[in-house]
Design a binder for this molecule. Structure first.
Ligand code: NAD
Ligand code: UDP
Length: 311
């Protein structure tokens, strides 16, 4: 059956992949975006499709829509962008959650929140299970994003308990792939673009900090499986690839795969930058029968091909 699905942040990196996949599966898509970090070029191939509708709107403001499902992704995800207007970042997460949950409540729609591994902050427990409550600064420069996302999770669970809204909360670990903005500022896009242009690779800190990188197709599969899981399963559930790398290993892999002559230069580590991050994905395996299938080298090759085509 054709479902009417609202995707906020649909013109962004992850949102555009989600719009395309759900449109191709025969659904009626409403893509809502204010184009802060998203771009029409990400969704241009869908604009002529009568089952794809684009609304320019800021989720900080209320809106009335009739839908069956909502994927709430609207929020800048890259540190330089979410720190550009930190007050707007917190408002986007908090007011955005209230406004989208209110739609879900009114029309009895299922709603999925794109939460993040950042709710674990700079984790003292490694790797991170969903039961870990996190180590987050309330006052630092990442707090607008981390605390905004934590408050959004709280709102989701309170709308669920108080108003019986069917919720799904996914904690996404670092994800990369085609449709990332070349100026996005996150590590994978920065390193690839720098390597392809023969520019210096900007390593923040000594490069021993780790992240676990997931290719975007694996994430989309996990999001859709979560939305289609039994109503009783709310999450939060980690979705990420447990293969963990240092930023130095990532830079070396990018240099190798691009055949670049770029040199690594070292710059100061930003405040509160987490030292390590790796998901435990046992819950996703058990409840969603989900696990990542695309490993770093394969995913990087696809992403490098994408950036070659646009720069
Ligand atoms: P992105 O910046 O590419 O996409 C975010 C989209 O939201 C953009 O299209 C932007 O224009 C839109 N947006 C921002 N503020 C808005 C507002 N107030 N109203 C309407 N639209 C707004 O980022 P992404 O990587 O695609 O991330 C998508 C979601 O997934 C975000 O909520 C992010 O926090 C979450 N997430 C992503 C990652 C990752 O590694 N990519 C990891 C954890 C969580
Ligand atoms: N990073 C880096 N060089 C860059 C961009 C990022 O060394 O040009 C580092 C950053 O300090 C962090 C890691 O790479 O330790 C991942 O950064 P990103 O912004 O992609 O994601 P997040 O820190 O939110 O996980």
């Amino acid at each position: 059956m054709r479902k009417k699905i609202l995707i906020t942040g649909g013109a962004g990196f992850v949102g555009s992949h989600l719009c395309r996949r759900l449109l191709n599966e025969g659904n009626d898509i409403i893509c809502l975006d204010n184009f802060f970090t998203g771009d029409k070029s990400n969704i241009i191939d869908m604009l002529d499709n009568p089952y794809f509708e684009l609304i320019r709107h800021d989720v900080q403001e209320p809106i009335l829509l009739e839908v069956d499902e909502i994927y709430n992704l609207a929020c800048p995800a890259s540190p330089p962008y979410y720190q550009f207007d930190p007050v707007a970042t917190t408002k986007t997460s908090v007011m955005g959650a209230i406004n989208m949950l209110s739609i879900a409540r009114k029309c009895k729609a299922k709603i999925l929140q794109a939460s993040t591994s950042e709710v674990y902050g700079d984790p003292e427990i490694h790797p991170q299970p969903e039961s870990y409550r996190g180590s987050v600064s309330t006052t630092g420069i990442r707090a607008c994003y981390d605390e905004g996302k934590r408050c959004a999770e709280t709102l989701f669970f309170d709308f669920h308990r108080q108003y019986d809204v069917t919720i799904k909360v996914i904690r996404i670990f670092n994800t990369y792939g085609p449709a990332m903005n070349p100026n996005d500022g996150r590590v994978v896009s920065n390193f690839i673009v720098q390597a392809l242009k023969g520019e210096d690779i900007t390593m923040y800190g000594d490069g021993t900090q780790t992240r676990s990188f997931q290719y975007v197709d694996d994430l989309i599969e996990g999001m859709i499986k979560l939305m289609n899981s039994p109503d009783e399963f709310t999450g939060p559930v980690n979705i990420g690839n447990p293969n963990e790398f240092t930023m130095l290993e990532l830079a070396e892999k990018v240099i190798e795969l691009t055949g670049s002559n770029s040199k690594i230069i070292f710059q100061p580590l930003p405040q509160d930058d987490p030292l390590q991050r790796q998901p435990i994905i046992d819950l996703a395996k058990k409840e969603l029968d989900w696990e990542p299938t695309i490993q770093l080298e394969e995913g990087l090759k696809k992403t490098i091909d994408y950036f070659k085509s646009i720069i």
